[in-house]
Design a protein around this ligand. Structure first.
Ligand code: GH3
Ligand code: MG
Ligand code: MG
Ligand code: MG
Length: 441
């Protein structure tokens, strides 16, 4: 990125060129306004840094000239004159900053803050995916060149809102840039409204609208329809880059927040020791299957699995060996259950299993196998364990209710313990057909 340095003092020229280089910019040094004009015609500058007095001429009059050639540039004025009116005059003429040449260290400090490190436009945006909707091929070529070459974005371009909304149905993007007037019947405004109503994650995408008419009514209409930002045509390259950069960095930040939220939710739903769901996770996931079974009139089974005489295991082999058994059991239950089954640690040495689409006989068969697998399980030590299992099932037109099923499976489990442990007991669920569930208390 280039910086134009207009300075006739040899000392300052060397000092500033070196400083700019160290901040990551390419300085172009000139000593007169005439040379400056030639440079401004030839290159595009991010910053123009000039001395207030040059060849006896006041540089303030030169500032509008800089903006005419280089509308995106930030103008910095250096002066040793502390007269109070100068700052105001310079700012009015279009300078961003006036720096006093009081000391080298002051200049370094001020310039460092202003320039930061040279921003590399493509670091953030490289390979990010942009949907660009524009009907004019000429305009599309100009904008695409900036987005692809300067910002290294991946562009997918189309000319109509209808195509764009179709793509947004099943492709992933980081940003949408759209023109207002498009090919076909639908406009950019239509696209915006449809996009915000999508039922996938693209509904939250940042949208940058390019508009030819910069009137307040149009701006309000676009913002109301859900545009995140807009740029008026003709589009200024620097402005486009900055706005696209801001939108993408916000999107990435939001993605990170959502990912962290998902991670935290994942953790909140899991049991730390066994990696199975905890009670909270079990309830959350079960709700989905319960209402599915109810809607689709499908059977559903629920089992409680409790290790036998586990207290003795702890007492005899130590708590760590006990933990190892619980880990092994969690792993076994997860490995041996179907993908749609929900396996959770209900508490202590007790696990719960929800088996969607499983009737009484299938459920019984499944948990008997599990019981045998527990008895044969490698506990990590030279002892084996057994489990007692209580199971219940509902079949349509019964409507499932989680609490009732758990209470019922718990009663069945109690009977299994009573019957001598290491066995399975089934108990019918008292839910009446299609009626309101029976609740305790
Ligand atoms: P029963 O056959 O009647 O179920 O007997 P039990 O000993 O398994 O049942 P009880 O409820 O008397 O004891 C459960 C034991 O499980 C007591 C408790 O210390 C142990 N326990 C609960 N949570 C953990 C855990 O996270 N780690 C270990 N190592 N032990 C646990
Ligand atoms: Mg157009
Ligand atoms: Mg037990
Ligand atoms: Mg128990």
């Amino acid at each position: 990125m280039k910086v134009l340095l207009i300075e006739n003092s040899r000392l300052y020229q060397l000092f500033l060129s070196d400083l700019f280089r160290r901040l990551g910019y390419q300085p172009v040094s000139v000593t007169s306004h005439k040379e400056a004009l030639t440079a401004l015609e030839k290159y595009s500058f991010r910053f123009v840094c000039m001395n207030l007095l040059l060849d006896g001429k006041d540089a303030i009059d030169f500032i509008p000239e800089v903006h005419r050639h280089n509308p995106g540039a930030t103008v910095i004025l250096l002066t040793s004159d502390r007269a109070s009116g100068i700052r105001m005059q310079a700012v009015k003429a279009g300078a961003t900053e006036v720096i006093y040449k009081s000391s080298m260290s002051n200049i370094i400090r001020r310039l460092r803050i202003l320039l930061g490190g040279a921003p590399k436009d493509h670091v953030l945006t490289k390979n990010r995916r942009v949907l660009y909707v524009e009907d004019s091929p000429t305009q599309a070529a100009v904008i695409s060149a900036i987005l692809e070459q300067d910002m290294r974005l991946d562009i997918e371009h189309c000319g109509s809102a209808e195509t764009a909304i179709r793509w947004l149905g099943d492709r992933k993007y980081d940003l949408v840039i759209t023109d207002v007037v498009l090919q076909g019947e639908a406009s950019g405004l239509w696209l915006l409204r449809r996009l915000r109503r999508l039922d996938n994650e693209n509904a939250q995408l940042p949208v940058l609208t390019l508009t030819g008419h910069d009137d307040p009514a149009r701006r309000l209409e676009l913002l109301r329809a859900g545009t995140t930002d807009y740029v008026t045509k003709p589009v200024l390259k620097e402005e486009l880059i900055i706005r696209v950069n801001n939108l993408i960095s916000n999107k990435l930040l939001m993605d990170k927040v959502l990912e962290q939220q998902a991670q935290m939710q994942h953790l909140a739903m899991r049991d730390e020791l066994t990696g199975c769901y905890n009670r909270r996770g079990f309830r959350e996931l079960s709700e989905k299957y319960i209402s599915q079974a109810s809607r689709q009139k499908r059977p559903l089974s629920l089992a409680l699995i409790d290790l036998d005489h586990f207290k003795q295991i702890n007492d005899r082999y130590g708590h760590d060996a006990g933990d190892e058994v619980l880990r092994a059991l969690g792993k076994l239950l997860r490995r041996k259950s179907r993908k749609s089954d929900v396996v959770a640690r209900w508490g202590g040495e007790e696990f719960v299993l929800l088996l969607p689409d499983t009737d009484r006989d299938q459920g019984l068969c499944a948990v008997r196998k599990l019981g045998a697998l527990v008895a044969a399980m490698d506990t990590g030590s030279n002892f084996s364990v057994t489990a007692s299992i209580g199971i219940t099932a509902i079949s349509p037109p019964q409507k499932p209710d989680l609490d009732t099923m758990i209470t019922c499976a718990d009663k069945a489990l109690y009977r299994a313990k009573d019957a001598g442990r290491n066995c399975v007991v089934y108990r019918d669920c008292p839910l009446p057909a299609g009626n309101l569930p029976v609740r305790k208390g």
